[in-house]
Design a protein around this ligand. Structure first.
Ligand code: ASP
Ligand code: MG
Length: 695
């Protein structure tokens, strides 16, 4: 049986979770014959080792920790101890090695760990030393040595470090940065492999770097020549020298995505290219449109000039070079130029693609995914944008595929935010549909990675004002949008209405908000029928309240919403500034839940009387959060949450069920702006998130 050569890049082996993924892929490939597994060092390791060579001891300690953490996750018992000892030995050897050899230890570490793990799983693996087999600049000798070493073993998997080699005098050296791809090509060519697979963190070679051009598409098939042009002109997905050995040996190169193994990929082969223009690559201010024999260079040059002129960009030069069109621009404007050219040449419809990464796959997350699918055509027509759910995650696992994701099936364990930061194209939108108390702490990282954020998670905003302000600043500084209309009153445009006022320096006089869905439900149902306590109980059982309904009765949920409303209106409100009059006496808070319900039942006469008194004067009781101008308060406003008796003329009088209302009085609107309607529901929330995404 023949060989497949599978090469994995640094992010594919970055940690224990990823390494397990690699071993699954290798396991699958074994069905088709023997495997040569070539690996890079774990991501960041080569840079770290270069720093070690400069005497950076901290980097060394951090690297050692990362490797030991991997070993602890992958192995147990005696095997763990042995693997850890080997890691330590390799670090000791690295310390003793001459400065210029230190960089070669990253691939030794990663491949020794992988080989051990395969053996643990009872897959016969044999590690070979690329420092002895790969002779730099001597192909015949390299091929001879690789063949001999592989012939000497019958292991199912031959594990070989990428990147490292020796020179003709036997001195240890490397194939250059990114060189592991080339190592893999050498192994493949030497063995006449059936396939050469380069496993990386993007779905193949794309029409542009997807981190720069979100609308980039995977190129399913391309010629060796076109792949070489892309690589030589800046496409980082493939190390250019890799192409020649594979081409000479007539071996197809597949570029595949470790994080979506069954997803799209690129096959590089001797087949002619299928379209006149292949893709666009760039580096250092030079943009290269890779063409073919079929391309019309005259009209393409005109179209380049025209496209850039429309984008307000003056190119320094446009010239034909072989089958490429080279466009030089100032480096500072390379990105917009690249995007404009990609749009003109590779985006058939001039639609802007927006990738969504959705955290939280509960009722709201699911409703949003469905809505994005169902509304795609309408949205494209109305807004010129195509939305694609490119990633989904919950607190434990995630799935990312720039080709589109519909569910968490096939999700991998790990931190979704880390994965998004690694893999999401700039300009993507991160959607927080979770209830997490802590996810907001990662928002600044996401902004720095160039992601916009849309959130329905009000916990992220009801944080101390300094933290809230820091989130806003992080969004601003990174040129990202940050929208959370859904956090108050679901799809009702409450925050937008406040922002319009704040932006036009309209002075807010007061806000009255009936925004606690739970309490509205209870209060509007309360009357002749069931007791107050039994309505609370029913709401709890229907999942309408927090697990402990006292959080609602105590005004916690209303408080969060009031903080968000006030801050949107430009008032730096803190929790401590809000005077809350809970609906129940303090004595009912510290007790167990059943004692609480007993106490509540005992209070029925009090609730009933309050209700009768209100009705007697033609009023209804509503739980209201308010903010009011008050010159005597330090903030200039006072804020509170309490039950208010509203007359029939008040918009909240007729609210039913979980409906919400807000009244905004301002200098420009002394008779208030009133917004009212449904205050909750998964579909409403999804519609509101979608609106924030598109706005
Ligand atoms: N580890 C080496 C580098 O970072 C080789 C590779 O990853 O291809 O350059
Ligand atoms: Mg690499």
């Amino acid at each position: 049986m023949g060989f497949s050569v599978l090469k994995f890049g640094g992010s594919s082996v970055a940690d224990a979770t990823n390494m397990s993924r690699v071993l699954d892929i290798v396991g699958g490939a074994l069905d088709g014959g023997r495997v040569v597994l070539v690996s890079s060092a774990i991501s960041g390791c080569t840079d770290g080792l270069l720093a070690c060579a400069d005497g950076d001891l901290e980097r060394e300690a951090a690297l050692m920790d990362r490797h030991l953490a991997i070993v602890r996750r992958l192995f147990t018992g005696e095997e763990q101890a042995e693997a850890a000892a080997e890691v330590m030995r390799l670090f000791a050897a690295m310390e003793a090695a001459p400065a210029e050899e230190k960089v070669t230890f990253g691939e030794l570490l990663s491949t020794r760990i992988l080989a051990r793990k395969l053996e643990c799983e009872r897959i016969h693996a044999h590690w070979v030393d690329s420092r002895e087999l790969v002779v730099k600049d001597d192909l015949p000798e390299t091929y001879r040595r690789i063949r001999a070493a592989v012939a000497a073993t019958d292991a199912a998997v031959v594990v070989a470090p990428g990147f490292i080699c020796c020179d003709s005098s036997g001195r240890i050296c490397t194939l250059g940065r990114g060189g592991s791809d080339y190592s893999a090509a050498l192994y493949a060519a030497a063995l006449g492999a059936d396939s050469l697979q380069i496993w990386t963190d993007v779905p193949g070679i794309m029409t542009a770097n997807p981190k720069q051009v979100p609308a980039a598409r995977t190129i399913p098939g391309m010629s060796y020549r076109a792949a070489l042009e892309m690589a030589e002109h800046g496409a980082k997905v493939l190390y250019a020298p890799t192409v020649a050995p594979a081409m000479e040996a007539g071996i197809d190169i597949e570029i595949r995505n470790t994080f979506a193994p069954a997803g799209r990929f690129t096959r590089i082969s001797a087949q002619p290219d299928a379209s006149p223009w292949i893709g666009v690559a760039s580096q250092g201010g030079e943009i290269c449109l890779v063409g073919t024999e079929e391309a019309d260079f005259d009209s393409a040059s005109d179209s380049v000039q025209e496209t850039l002129r429309t984008a307000g960009i003056a190119p320094l030069s446009v010239r034909v070079d072989g089958l490429n069109l080279l466009v030089r621009v100032r480096e500072a404007i390379e990105l917009p130029a690249l995007q404009a050219l990609h749009r003109a040449f590779f985006e058939t419809r001039p639609l802007r693609e927006v990738n969504l990464f959705i955290a939280g796959f509960g009722a709201v997350g699911k409703a949003l995914v469905q809505m994005v699918g169902r509304t795609a055509a309408t949205v494209a027509e109305r807004t010129g944008k195509t939305l694609r759910v490119a990633g989904l995650g919950d607190s434990r696992r995630w799935r990312i595929d720039l080709g589109g994701v519909a569910s968490l099936d096939g999700a991998v364990a790990g931190d979704f935010v880390d994965a998004v930061i690694d893999l999401a194209p700039k300009g993507s939108v991160f959607v927080d549909c979770t209830d997490s108390e802590t996810l907001y702490k990662r928002y600044p990282d996401l902004f720095r990675a160039g992601l916009h954020i849309v959130s329905s998670n009000r916990r992220s905003f009801a944080v101390p004002y300094v933290e809230y302000a820091a989130l806003q600043a992080a969004a601003r500084e990174n040129g990202c949008f940050f929208r959370y209309e859904t956090t108050v009153g679901a799809a009702l445009p409450m925050l937008e209405s406040l922002a319009i006022g704040a932006n036009s320096c309209d002075e807010i006089l007061s806000i009255e908000a009936v925004v606690s869905c739970t309490l509205n439900q209870i209060l509007s149902a309360y009357g002749e029928g069931p007791t107050f306590a039994s309505l609370v109980k029913a709401a709890q059982e229907a999942g309408l309240t927090e697990p402990d309904p006292r959080l609602d009765l105590g005004g916690r949920d209303a408080l969060r919403k009031l903080l968000i409303l006030a801050r949107e209106a430009g008032v730096q409100l803190e929790e401590k500034d809000v005077v809350i009059e809970p609906m129940i006496p303090a004595s009912l808070f510290g007790v167990p839940l059943d004692a609480f319900y007993k106490g509540l039942e005992a209070l029925e006469p009090v609730f009933a009387k309050a209700q009768r008194d209100a009705l007697a004067t033609g009023r209804r009781r509503r739980f209201v959060a308010f903010l009011e101008k008050d010159a005597a308060s330090p903030l200039g406003y006072r804020a509170g949450i309490r039950v208010v008796e509203v007359p029939e003329t008040h918009p909240a009088y007729y609210l039913r069920g979980t409906e919400n209302a807000i009244l905004i009085r301002s200098a420009f609107h002394p008779t208030p702006i009133v917004i009212q309607g449904p205050g909750e529901g998964a579909r409403q929330a999804a519609a509101s998130l979608l609106n924030d995404i598109l706005r």
